[in-house]
Design a protein around this ligand. Structure first.
Ligand code: PLP
Length: 461
């Protein structure tokens, strides 16, 4: 063993021990972690690749947490952070104080966002953004003289984050089981039922759709509906044609605010700058985070439509909401640079082109592997499912977790993906590489997935 390698190995062992002892990880099985240590300790990255402490190179097929849109090791973003940190790393946004990057970013977002979403309330991430959207919705209705409009409707399979209000709106049961505390007055409607939302009461699925909940609870008690344009962690579900428009119309009909959770979809992920632009829909409030800075700085926010802002700015007392890092100058400077690069390098167009490559890859996988079905991709937000008999819709036995198996095989081949669950078990593989990916790299990813499914099918079919 060379000296360099043994040094790396000893560093890895040291870090693993310290990690096991001192670091409680999010969304990780604690018992496994303290026994086995971290799966991998990242140390550097470039483009779509990341390396571990031993220099092993992996393709980051999920942009880490769907957020590293411009890829790793982007020096211009690092420079933007350094420049701003050297000048003014942090300043308060409370009590009327302001800073240039926060203002410039607010103006830039207003110019890019759909419709008249012309102002922003900054947060440090997506959960805080959704909590803020709920609070602003309720506060707006209070200012309009309707304080009883407090309820929030989300849809099933939604993920909106883990702060208590966002977690309550999240409808993945795992997150509720962890912590019993939920806020009241949040409903989970059946998802993606266009006809029902248009008012077709003869539809057998009508009960439990958003419209049904609105009618039963009374529109005068409902503040807002929150929806991810494309659901991410709940399984990568693209809504059927006309669905978001139907919900927009429903909200208008009943006087309910429409919150789009663009935390994953925003900033190019779905092949348009914002997810809702794939449809003819402008939300009233829009939560953003993740891709706003490609994960280089912790930043989120809620974009606010002009008519709502007009009501909020008439308030003549303290707006009692805000985070220490709201409008963080360094985070905002990084986000400004991130958006500049997204536009300059035509990353959204690349995302659309690579969506076509990925879909071609899916066709190849479906033709070769009888277990692969329900492939979907909007931009580079994509996934597929694995079934024992795809034609008859028969899932694998519940003792088998097909997507976890395939994702593990991919990991052995140095591709990082994510296994998600559907209502028939853990059978969804999610794919969301950095938006800078090229055709050769996409082919490499498909080849690894192909080999991994081959191994899986040999073992379980
Ligand atoms: N909303 C969506 C759609 C998300 O995917 C996430 C995180 O994955 C969140 C909200 C929460 O964001 P954060 O983890 O930054 O609080």
């Amino acid at each position: 063993m060379t000296d360099q390698l043994s040094f790396k190995n000893s560093k890895q062992s040291e870090l693993e021990e310290l990690d096991k002892k001192h670091y409680l990880h999010p969304t990780t099985i604690p018992k496994t972690h303290v026994n086995q240590g971290p799966k991998l300790t990242f140390s550097e990255g470039e483009g779509i690749y990341v390396k571990d402490l031993n220099g092993e190179k992996y393709i980051d097929g999920l942009s880490m947490l769907w957020n590293v849109n411009l890829g790793h090791g982007q020096q211009e973003l690092a420079e933007a952070a350094k420049e701003q940190m050297s000048k003014l790393a942090f300043s308060s946004s409370f009590a009327g104080y302001s800073n240039e990057p926060a203002v410039r970013l607010a103006e830039k977002l207003a110019s890019m966002a759909p419709g008249d979403l012309n102002s922003i309330f900054y947060t440090s991430g997506g959960s805080e953004a959704n909590d803020t959207a709920f609070k602003l919705s309720r506060f707006y209705w209070t200012l309009k003289g309707k304080p009883e409009k407090t309820k929030i409707i989300g849809i099933k399979q939604a993920y909106h984050g883990v702060t208590i209000a966002a977690q309550t709106a999240t409808s993945i049961p795992l997150f509720h089981e962890f912590s019993g505390s939920k806020i009241s007055e949040v409903f989970h409607a059946n998802s993606h039922l266009t006809n029902c939302e248009r008012g077709d009461k003869s539809d057998p699925n009508y009960e439990g759709c958003i419209r049904d909940i609105v009618e039963k609870e009374g529109a005068d008690t409902i503040a807002a509906v929150i929806i991810e344009p494309v659901q991410g962690s709940g399984g990568v579900h693209v809504p059927p044609e006309g669905y978001l428009e139907a919900v927009r119309d429903l909200c208008d009909e009943y006087g309910i605010l429409f919150i789009a959770d663009e935390v994953i979809c925003g900033f190019g992920r779905t092949g348009t700058m914002f997810g809702v632009e794939n449809w003819d829909v402008v939300p009233d409030l829009m939560s953003v985070a993740k891709g706003i800075s490609s994960g280089y700085s912790q930043l989120g926010g809620v974009l606010i439509k002009e008519s709502i802002r007009d009501v909020l700015v008439r308030y003549d007392q303290v707006l009692a909401h805000g985070f220490t890092y709201s409008g963080h100058p360094t985070a905002c400077a990084v986000a400004l640079k991130n958006i500049e690069i997204l536009e300059r390098d035509q990353i959204v167009a690349n995302t659309k082109n690579m969506e076509h490559e990925l879909k071609a890859g899916f066709e190849y996988l479906k033709a070769k592997h009888p277990t692969v079905t329900k492939t979907r991709a909007l931009g580079l937000l994509a996934g597929f499912e694995l079934y024992a008999d795809r034609d008859k819709g028969i899932p694998f036995d519940s003792s088998i977790h097909p997507s976890a198996e395939v994702v593990e095989e991919c990991f052995k081949r140095k591709l990082i993906l994510r296994a998600l669950s559907s209502n028939v078990g853990r059978n969804i593989v999610a794919i969301a590489p950095p938006l800078i990916i090229n055709k050769q790299q996409m082919d490499d990813m498909i080849n690894i997935i192909d080999d991994s499914i081959t191994v899986f099918e040999k073992k379980f079919c």
